[in-house]
Design a protein around this ligand. Structure first.
Ligand code: ZN
Length: 159
């Protein structure tokens, strides 16, 4: 996807994460959106640097790079949440567009999903919104899975 879609995706994801983590909708929610949103947007812009340095959708679109951003805050105590932006960039490229990513670079084979639209398509924005909604749903499930499990058990009469 292009820069516009990646920024849209990251900004909406940050708002979604703010509400997933603090559903109250008060100043804590707002603070979380800013706290998470700025590094996530920066992280979402990073992978496409490989259009200028390296091979696009390979050099900075892979699991080793994601791992580096995940481990960096644990070692150096900054750049927290940037990995979320990098990850959401990969997910949007993979699910939203036709071309895949070289997830295991330097192994150059690209892996994608069997669907998606051309990056230049008029549907790029709607696909971006769909992928973002999916990501927020997954995040909500990960954060609140106990609630979901409880609701499921209640629904089948097991508690
Ligand atoms: Zn990309």
């Amino acid at each position: 996807m292009n820069r516009k879609e990646h920024v849209l995706n990251a900004a909406l994801l940050a708002i979604g994460l703010g509400y997933v983590l603090h559903p109250s909708g008060d100043t804590v929610t707002f603070y979380t959106i800013i706290e998470v949103g700025v590094p996530v947007i920066l992280g979402a812009l990073f992978p496409d640097v490989d259009t200028a340095f390296g091979k696009h959708r390979k050099t900075l679109h892979n699991l080793p790079v994601l791992g580096l951003f995940y481990v960096f805050p644990l070692v150096f105590g900054n750049l927290e949440y940037v990995w979320i932006g990098v990850l959401t960039h990969y997910v949007l490229d993979m699910l939203g567009s036709k071309r895949g990513l070289a997830w295991f670079y330097p192994y150059e084979k690209e892996f994608g999903a069997p669907f998606g639209v051309a990056v230049s398509s008029n549907h790029a924005t709607s696909v971006t919104l769909l992928v973002t909604a999916f990501e927020i749903a997954v995040a909500a499930l990960l954060v609140h899975h106990q609630l979901v499990v409880d609701a499921g058990l209640t629904a089948v009469g097991m508690q």
